[in-house]
Ligand binder design. Structure first.
Ligand SMILES: Nc1ncnc2c1ncn2[C@@H]1O[C@H](COP(=O)(O)OP(=O)(O)OP(=O)(O)O)[C@@H](O)[C@H]1O
Length: 469
C-alpha cells in the first residue's frame, strides 16, 4: 500500500518535473521576449522541484550552453560566427557536420591569427574542454597544400591515446577535404626503411616521429610548414619529451609556423616556451580563470584505502553518475581498486587503463569506456590529459597528484579534473583525503587556483544528493 502510494507520488512528481522542465526549456534563454519564470522563485514547492530538475539534469543542456556563450567571462563566449573566421568552405562544412554552431573563445581568438599570412607563431592557453583541438586542427588543415604530396604538418601529442583522438578529430574536420591525407605516427604503426611518406599531416608521439623522420628518413622535417605541440607544457617540460621535441625542432625550417597549446603553463615553462618559439603571439589565462566554474570540487576525509573505497561506493549509491574516471597514483592501487569494484558491481562495468597494458589493450579499454559499456574507468596519470569523453560527470582523485618531491602537482590536478565539465557541461571533482599530508596538498591546490574545495561527508546521503548533477 505504502509502496503504491510512493509510486503514485513519484509519478506525479515526475510529471510535475517534466512539466516544469518543458516550461523552462520552452522559455529558454534565446527567447528574450518572454519574462523569466518568476513563479518558480515565488513558489517554494516549485523551487524545490526546480532543484530536483537540475539534479536530475532534465533541463536542456543546450540552454545552459547558450547562457555560458553569452557571458563574456565564459571560455565559451564568442561574438563571431565560424563564417567570420574565414575558414575554407570545405572545412566550414566539416565544422558544422560535427555539430559545432559557434566558436569558443579560444577558437575565435586563435584561429584568425593562426590562418593569416604571413604565418605567426603562437603559444596559447585555454581551459580544459574548451575546444583547443579544433582550434589548432582547423589551422593545420587550412595550411595543407594538397598539390604537394609530402608531409607538411606535424602535430605531437604526449600519449598514444591523445594522438589517436586528435587524428580522429582532424579526420572528421577534413571530411569534405578528401584530398587531405592524415597519418598516425604512434606505437604499432610501422613503416619500412626506404618508405617515403606522401601524407600531408602527421599526428603522433615524439619518439615515433623521431624514428620516422630522422632514423628512417621517411619524411623531411625541413619541409614541415606547421609544427603543433598539444599539451605543450608537458612536451617541453618533461625530460624525455623535451629532448625529443627539441631534437625535432632543430630540423625545422626557420619559416615553420609553431603552435603550442595547453590548459596549463607553469611560469618557468612559459618562459622556456617563449625562449624556444620565435616571436610568438601569446594567449594566456589569469590564474583564477584556470579552473572552470562548471566543475565543483569537493574533498572527503577518509581513514585509509578501504575507507576511500567505501566513500566511492556511497557516492555511487546516491547520485546518478553518467561515467566516472578515478585517478590513482600507482598501477598497483589502480589494480587493487579495480579488483574491489569489480567484485561489487561486476568486472564488465569497470575498466582499468595504465601504462603496463599494450597499446592495443589501452585503446580497447578506452573504446569500451567511450562507447559507454563501462561506467567507471580507473587509471593513472597516463590519462590525465586531453582525453575527451562527454558523459564523464565525475572525476575522483583516489590519490591526489604529487610531483617527484611529494608536493602538490597543480597542473596535473587541473588536467585530471578537466576530464569532466567538457565544453560547458557540469562536472564534479572529488578528492579523497586520508592523511595530514594529503590535506596539506589539497589546501595547496586550493590556494594555488584560488577556488574553494568543499568538504563532503560521504556518510551523509542527503549531503551527497545535493552535489549530484
Ligand atoms: N565550437 C564548438 N561547439 C561545440 N562543441 C565544441 C566546439 N569546439 C569543441 N567542441 C567540443 O568540446 C569538447 C572539448 O573540446 P577539446 O577536446 O578540443 O578541448 P580541449 O580544450 O582540447 O581540452 P583539454 O585541455 O582537456 O585537452 C569536444 O567534445 C569537442 O567536440
Amino acid at each position: 500500500m505504502t509502496d503504491n502510494w510512493n509510486k503514485a507520488a513519484e509519478t506525479q512528481e515526475l510529471t510535475e518535473i517534466q512539466r516544469l522542465s518543458e516550461d523552462i526549456n520552452e522559455i529558454g534563454i534565446n527567447n528574450e521576449h518572454k519574462p523569466p519564470p518568476a513563479e518558480l522563485d515565488d513558489n517554494p514547492a516549485d523551487a524545490s522541484l526546480l532543484m530536483k530538475i537540475i539534479r536530475k539534469g532534465l533541463i536542456d543542456t543546450k540552454n545552459d550552453l547558450d547562457i555560458q556563450r553569452k557571458d563574456p567571462n565564459s571560455p565559451l563566449y564568442s561574438v563571431k560566427s565560424f563564417e567570420a573566421l574565414h575558414l575554407k568552405p570545405e572545412l566550414l562544412k566539416g565544422v558544422y557536420a560535427m555539430g559545432y554552431n559557434t566558436p569558443s573563445k579560444i577558437q575565435e581568438t586563435a584561429l584568425p591569427t593562426l590562418i593569416a599570412d604571413p604565418p605567426q607563431n603562437m603559444i596559447a592557453q585555454s581551459q580544459s574542454g574548451t575546444g583547443k583541438t579544433a582550434a589548432f586542427t582547423l589551422a593545420m588543415l587550412t595550411r595543407v597544400d594538397t598539390t604537394k604530396d609530402y608531409p607538411q604538418v606535424l602535430c605531437l601529442s604526449p600519449t598514444y591515446e591523445l594522438a589517436i583522438q586528435t587524428g580522429e578529430v582532424a579526420a572528421r574536420m577534413a571530411k569534405f577535404c578528401p584530398d587531405i591525407s592524415i597519418r598516425y605516427a604512434v606505437r604499432g604503426e610501422e613503416i619500412s626503411r626506404g618508405d617515403k611518406l606522401k601524407d600531408h599531416v602527421i599526428i603522433g608521439t615524439p619518439g615515433k616521429v623521431l624514428d620516422w623522420s630522422l632514423k628512417f628518413r621517411a619524411f623531411d622535417l625541413s619541409k614541415i610548414i606547421v609544427f603543433v605541440l598539444d599539451e605543450a607544457d608537458v612536451m617541453i617540460a618533461q625530460q624525455g619529451h623535451q629532448d625529443q621535441c627539441i631534437r625535432l625542432q632543430k630540423h625545422l625550417s626557420k619559416k615553420c609556423q609553431m603552435m603550442l597549446f595547453s590548459a596549463t603553463y607553469e611560469k618557468k615553462v612559459m618562459d622556456f616556451a617563449e625562449f624556444i618559439v620565435p616571436s610568438p603571439i601569446t594567449i594566456r589565462l589569469k590564474k583564477e580563470e584556470e579552473v572552470l566554474d562548471n566543475i565543483k570540487q569537493y574533498y572527503v576525509k577518509c581513514r585509509g584505502q578501504d575507507d576511500k573505497y567505501r566513500a566511492i561506493a556511497n557516492i555511487y549509491g546516491v547520485i546518478t553518475i553518467g561515467q566516472a574516471i578515478i585517478f590513482c597514483h600507482t598501477r598497483k592501487t589502480a589494480g587493487w581498486l579495480a579488483g574491489k569494484m569489480s567484485n561489487e558491481v561486476g568486472s564488465e562495468s569497470v575498466g582499468v587503463l595504465s601504462g603496463d597494458l599494450t597499446v592495443e589493450q589501452r585503446l580497447a579499454v578506452l573504446d569500451r569506456f567511450r562507447e559507454g559499456h563501462q561506467k567507471c574507468l580507473i587509471t593513472t596519470n597516463v590519462l590525465s590529459r586531453g582525453i575527451d569523453i562527454d558523459q564523464v560527470n565525475i572525476v575522483v582523485n583516489f590519490d591526489l597528484p604529487i610531483d617527484q618531491q611529494g608536493n602538490a602537482d597543480c597542473e596535473t590536478y587541473l588536467h585530471r579534473i578537466g576530464r569532466t565539465g567538457r565544453f560547458g557541461k557540469h562536472g564534479i571533482a572529488i578528492n579523497l583525503i586520508d592523511s595530514e599530508q594529503c590535506m596539506r596538498i589539497c589546501r595547496d591546490i586550493e590556494k594555488h587556483f584560488g577556488k574553494k574545495i568543499m568538504l563532503l561527508d560521504a556518510e551523509n546521503s542527503d549531503e551527497i544528493e545535493k552535489i549530484g548533477t
